[in-house]
Write a new protein. Structure first.
Length: 671
């Protein structure tokens, strides 16, 4: 096992090498490299596969009680300032490495089928490798500066992958939106980092926490200023994990290829924000104001995302807002101090949400054979329906993921989400109420998606419906509807195999964190927290069992209510959704228009910055340029006037000097 620690640095380096080889090949021998699709996939899969082997070895070693491993070297030094880089392998790192490498590996297999006919296939795999390397480097970082470096690399890869189809205006706008929004959060993170360094003189997580505690106890810093630093740091995770008010980039990021939606925007990159909050937990736990901010931001984000997902017709947009909502749950758990519960939901959600996104890609892949390659139509659930007959594997795995995210026992989402709700109730019943209501909404919109996509009659051959959807979505595609297949089909094995594989942890992985034997929390817990070792299954005392039954029963109950309403509305057609929408027209429009955040931000920031730019341009043209031009004019006029005094006669020059001196003397005497 010691060998695994010695070579742990290879986990992020191997994907980086694969990305460099493919990237340099594309730059130097573009046409030849672009044709080597199988070699590119093999290189990428080999690098990530080796990372899985090392990651699993490290996880097993940590489970067996190996001490946390830290290896560092001095990266920069100036006087008393020292900055180290290196790797840290502890319980949290080991868990995250396995999650990232396994999901990345399955997404890469899936991508071979999904991107098979794309001319940018090799470039896509180069980006995938670079992203995997950046995320893995972030996970093993021993201090916040190194995390920040990889944090920015992850953001860069997100920009490249969201805008992969850069010839599509929507994709180009989406990657810019993601980049700018994340820069806002990252600027806050940078300020918070520098503030904490100024206060504690360290970038190491535990040293920052200890220094902050001492400063607060000694009174060398006020609680308000320390809380401000904490909230500034939280701005980074708020942007990366799509928390209100910086959540607006994630749904638009669905313009990238669907495997990217699964890898970056469901399973790993957006989880980096939750991971950083966990790493900074020794700091946040001393700042109740910051913890409350995190908790309430998470709670509101969870409700916000769920309330918008209800009305989305684009299958990927619906899952995107679902991701926003579930990330809110994780942040709420972190904010109430449920460190283990928040990370447990991060792990379970990573698997079932990655599967759901890959399912959506499988659906889109099948629909494109019927309605064409127009994303506005192929992703719209109104032209789907009845796909279970044509795509049984995709339908079955989507149903498993739906049950998991709805919190139906014994699937994974039940155990992790219920633990967060329990912790929220202990901290503040109001937080629990928001999370509980959100659980019901989640069950409704997820089964709405399932029924609209997989049950009933297939609507993709309804020419009038397809044209209506095109007009409503503003599609500019003019493909003839009759030139395509009349039936969708199941995806190739390279796409269905990852779906089936991800279904296994979606069902069973939650069993490692049950209240009857919480192995996960015994392994992953807050630094310095004492947790009893778990020796096996145990029955809870009657009082605890009763509390568990009440909390679990309430969360499952509200989920069943949401599922029942979805069945009555979209399966049995007992409730007319159009009539309901007209009855609550203002609320329906609020949800469908995403609470008008895009319009508000466009008016305040996009149009506002343009108005400010025009004003600055006016100042530059009229004042700055005017001063420069006036200076030149004065110089020109005076030069033209003075040249007539250049006669070449010394007597005349002496007379001018005499008159000037005389005038100066007279002026001085009179004043």
């Amino acid at each position: 096992m010691e060998l695994a620690y010695t070579y742990a640095w290879l986990i992020p380096v191997l994907p980086l090498v694969a990305a460099l080889i493919l990237g340099l090949g594309l730059i130097s021998f573009g046409k030849f490299t672009s044709q080597q699709k199988k070699l590119a996939a093999l290189l990428t899969l080999t690098a990530t596969g080796a990372g899985i082997v090392l990651s699993v070895a490290l996880l097993v070693s940590q489970l067996q009680g190996h001490e946390p491993y830290l290896w560092t070297f001095e990266w920069a030094r100036a006087g008393d300032f020292h900055l180290t880089m290196g790797i840290v392998i502890d319980h949290l790192t080991a868990m995250m490495l396995v999650v990232v490498t396994t999901i990345a590996f399955l997404v890469q297999i899936y991508s071979d089928g999904y991107m098979a006919h794309d001319p940018g296939y090799v470039r896509f795999f180069a980006y995938l490798s670079l992203f995997s390397s950046s995320m893995l480097g972030l996970v093993i970082s021993p201090n916040i500066v190194q995390i920040y470096i990889f944090w920015e690399l992850v953001g860069m890869c997100s920009y490249l992958l969201i805008g992969f189809w850069y010839d599509r205006p929507a994709a180009a706008h989406a990657c810019q939106k993601a980049f700018v929004t994340n820069r806002v959060g990252d600027f806050g993170l940078l300020l918070g980092m520098l503030g904490l360094y100024w206060l504690t003189g360290s970038f190491e997580f535990e040293a920052i926490g200890e220094g902050l505690q001492q400063a607060l106890e000694n009174g060398t810093i006020g609680v308000g200023l320390a809380t401000l630093f904490g909230i500034l740091v939280f701005m980074g995770p708020a942007a990366k994990s799509a928390q209100f008010p910086l959540h607006v980039w994630l749904p638009d990021a669905m313009e990238g290829p669907t495997p990217i939606s699964a890898l970056i925007h469901a399973a790993t990159m957006v989880a980096a924000g939750v991971f950083l909050v966990a790493r900074m937990f020794p700091v946040f736990e001393h700042l109740p104001g910051a913890m409350n901010t995190i908790a309430w931001t998470g709670a509101f984000t969870a409700f916000l995302g769920a309330s918008i997902a209800i009305t989305q017709n684009d299958i990927k947009k619906g899952l995107a807002y679902s991701t926003v909502s579930q990330l809110g749950y994780m942040m709420m758990g972190m904010g109430v101090g449920a460190y283990g519960a928040g990370l447990f939901h991060l792990m379970t959600h990573a698997y079932f949400k990655a599967m759901l996104f890959l399912n959506s890609g499988s659906v889109i892949h099948g629909m494109e054979e019927v309605v064409g390659h127009d994303p506005a139509v192929a992703q719209d659930m109104r032209v789907m329906g009845g796909l279970r007959k044509y795509m049984p594997i995709t339908a079955a795995t989507f149903l498993i993921g739906t049950l998991a995210i709805c919190g139906i026992p014994p699937l994974a989402g039940f155990w992790s989400k219920d633990e967060i709700l329990d912790a929220a109730f202990q901290a503040n019943p109001a937080l629990w109420l928001v999370g509980w209501l959100t659980a019901g909404i989640t069950a409704f919109y997820m089964f709405r998606m399932y029924f609209m996509t997989f049950e009933g009659e297939f609507r993709g051959t309804d020419h009038h419906l397809v044209e209506m959807v095109k007009r409503e979505n503003g599609s500019s595609k003019k493909e003839g509807h009759g030139h395509h297949s009349h039936k969708p089909h199941e995806s190739p094995w390279t796409m269905t195999l990852p779906l089936v594989t991800l279904a296994i942890p979606s069902i069973f992985i939650g069993l490692v964190g049950t209240p009857f034997g919480n192995y996960f929390e015994a392994f992953i817990h807050a630094p310095g927290e004492a947790v009893e070792a778990v020796t096996g299954f145990k029955m809870l005392p009657p009082k605890e069992l009763q509390e568990f039954a009440v909390m679990a029963g309430s969360s499952v109950g509200i989920a069943l209510v949401g599922i029942t309403i979805a069945i009555l509305t979209f399966a049995l057609k007992k409730i007319d959704p159009d009539k309901v929408a007209k009855t609550i027209e203002p609320l329906y429009q609020l949800s469908k228009n995403k609470w008008y955040f895009d319009e508000i931000y466009d008016f305040l920031f996009v149009q506002g910055s343009r108005r400010l730019s025009r004003q600055v341009l006016e100042v530059d043209a009229r004042i700055v340029d005017g001063v420069v031009n006036l200076t030149g004019l004065i110089t020109l006029i005076t030069g033209e006037g003075l040249k007539y005094f250049e006669s070449g006669r010394a007597q005349f020059y002496a007379l001018v000097v005499f008159i000037g001196v005389l005038g100066l003397v007279v002026f001085t005497a009179t004043s």
